[in-house]
Design a protein around this ligand. Structure first.
Ligand SMILES: *Cc1c(COP(=O)(O)O)cnc(C)c1O
Length: 408
């Protein structure tokens, strides 16, 4: 008899986005004339930059000619992209990386989901709450947790509550943990981590021989130049941190798929008897066995992000979204809502008014303003009482949505 991996049965059903879609569709059916505006999605809306499209086309043309055709590429990514990433993303911030420390992939979702499988099942995991659900669910699937309680919190995970008091950026816990997921700039709270806080985390990881998984998918949205873009800007982070970067939100690659993971050679995990093992070699082994690389035209397209035109066009897109975020923030302020984020991160994290829970506020916004957002409770128990607004969308729609919220 074939048995199932029962850890999957512990997962809270993919509830958040299907439930948003269900309620929105039901409302639209009952009110066919309502012009619903969606500020709920975590997906970009502007097309790929022209410089990227041009390079993408050139990559496709190369595939059409026997002289330039490429079959299987290196699983770790082509040198031309790895070197462009190092020269443009890291060297200008004083971070030196070897070519073999950067792994090109088809997404930070996959990498941040897959990385846990190279670590032991008895590690203690620390995860922020609220959080990008991938970190929690993949550890549940692997069997690192117990069952969920009625609030959706899993036994054996160490949750780090993110609250206005800690600026949604918690300090290391008092107890030792082994694997720490951090995401800054943050989805969903829009919080950022400064040098001082990241230094505390790096020192903690060094002391406890822990590893930090640092998701920097939104680093391109940082405006305040004192905020680190990479955890490797912190001394000795290269001994304890793995960093995820993605072209998805910066250059609009959500449907094109390209990202990268940095695994410095100095990062070590240990056998039960305490012998150090190079994590870079294990990740390389994992990738070469289970992954066959990102397609050549996509890597050509990603490298074009670092041309002069590509850089300028990416900047224009980020500026557009951040102006949308400003419109949302100013509108919420004028309407009397408390809110956070949206200054060095795209998302605006709003406190629900009048003691409404986050689904009640969702229904109110949908029914009275015909605006769809994301209930904070969908990102974790500590997200209750908050609501996420996304600035990815058309400027006029965002302005209209904000006006409607102001008139509630
Ligand atoms: C969007 C997002 C990513 C990017 O995922 P890709 O698979 O690269 O598209 C990673 N982390 C977080 C927190 C995100 O919101």
């Amino acid at each position: 008899m074939i048995t199932i991996n029962e850890h999957y049965l512990k997962l809270k059903a993919g509830y958040l986005f299907p439930e948003i879609a269900r309620r929105t569709a039901a409302f639209a059916r009952a009110h066919p004339d309502a012009r619903i505006i969606r500020l709920g999605i975590g997906d970009v809306t502007l097309p790929l930059p022209p410089a990227v499209i041009e390079a993408f086309h050139r990559g496709v043309e190369d595939m059409a000619d026997a002289k330039t055709f490429r079959g299987y590429g290196p699983e770790q990514g082509y040198e031309f992209l790895i070197q462009a990433v190092i020269a443009n993303e890291f060297q200008p911030r004083g971070v030196e990386l070897g070519d073999d420390e950067v792994f090109i992939s088809d997404g930070s979702k996959c990498d941040s989901a897959n990385i846990q499988e190279i670590f032991g099942l008895d590690n203690t995991i620390a995860i922020c709450d609220p959080v990008y659900p991938v970190y929690v669910d993949t550890n549940v699937m692997a069997g690192r947790t117990g069952a969920a309680d009625e609030r959706g919190c899993y036994d054996k995970i160490v949750y780090l509550p993110c609250t206005p008091q800690n600026h949604f950026a918690p300090a290391p816990p008092a107890k030792p943990v082994d694997l720490i997921y951090l995401c800054y700039p943050n989805n969903p709270t829009g919080a950022v981590a400064g040098r001082e806080l990241l230094t505390k985390w790096v020192d903690y990881a060094l002391e406890h021989r822990a590893i930090i998984l640092y998701d920097a998918a939104y680093e391109a949205f940082i405006r305040d130049e004192t905020i680190p873009h990479s955890i490797y800007e912190i001394p000795r982070a290269r001994e304890v941190a793995i960093e995820f970067r993605s072209f998805s939100k910066s250059a609009g690659f959500t449907g094109t798929r390209c990202a990268l993971t940095v695994v410095p050679r100095k990062v070590k995990a240990y056998t039960k008897s305490g012998a150090p093992v190079e994590v870079n070699a294990i990740w390389n082994r994992r990738q070469t066995t289970k992954f066959n690389g990102v397609s050549y035209p996509v890597q050509c397209a990603a490298a074009a992000v670092y041309t002069d035109a590509g850089r300028r066009q990416v900047r224009e897109r980020i500026d557009y979204y951040m102006e949308n975020a400003r419109i949302i923030r100013d509108g919420l302020t004028a309407a009397g809502y408390s809110h956070y984020g949206g200054e060095n991160a795209p998302y605006v994290w709003c406190r629900t008014p009048d003691g409404l829970d986050s689904w009640q506020f969702f229904d109110l916004l949908l029914e009275k303003a015909h605006v769809v957002g994301t209930p904070g409770a969908g990102f974790g128990a500590a997200g209750e009482g908050f609501f996420r607004f996304s600035p990815f969308g058309d400027r006029d729609n965002i302005q209209t949505a904000v006006d409607r919220i102001g008139n509630l």
